[in-house]
Design a protein around this ligand. Structure first.
Ligand code: FE
Ligand code: FE
Length: 165
């Protein structure tokens, strides 16, 4: 028998939900800065489009909090703060250079990969916990993160890296 102070998958699920909620809100703040910094029109448009999607990710997470009857609250995510900080360093260190956009793509892909890891995990846990509506919500966001990662790879391959070389 589990004792009352023993943590369960429900607790881990809520903790991780708070982590990605905090992360998505940080990403909403970072994307306009990345769009502003991007030199390529295609990359700029890509960041602007993903900002709109990311605002939707925040809303989906709020729906999941509601499904489990908990207030939507973030918990500081050191991982996303570190990834965003690295992106800022690239913007400063490569400002005005031909390599800037390649660096922005790399920074953005680190963000997407973090999100893909988190949503993959949350989707699996939601399945195990029988939260089928949450599974659908996580999956919708996961598909957008994967598509964004793929688009970033395409932009890098077609334009950005060639220019930087
Ligand atoms: Fe997202
Ligand atoms: Fe994303």
């Amino acid at each position: 028998m589990a004792t009352s102070n023993e943590k369960t998958l429900d607790d881990l699920f809520l903790d991780t939900l708070k982590d990605i909620y905090y992360a998505e809100k940080q990403i909403v703040k970072a994307l306009p800065k990345m769009a502003k910094a991007a030199q390529s029109a295609e990359l700029k448009a890509g960041f602007e489009q993903h900002l709109v999607e990311t605002e939707g990710h925040v809303e989906r997470l709020e729906q999941v909090f509601e499904l489990i009857g908990k207030p939507a609250r973030g918990k500081t995510c050191d991982a996303i703060l570190g990834i965003i900080e690295e992106g800022k360093s690239i913007m400063d260190d490569f400002k005005g250079t031909v390599a800037l956009d390649a660096g922005l793509v790399a920074a953005a892909q680190a963000v997407e990969h973090y999100e893909i890891a988190r949503y993959g995990t949350l989707k699996t846990w939601a399945e195990q916990l029988g939260l089928s509506e949450a599974v659908t919500l996580f999956d919708a966001t996961l598909q957008e993160e994967v598509a964004t990662d793929q688009k970033l790879s395409d932009v890098a391959e077609t334009a950005v890296n060639a220019k930087a070389a």
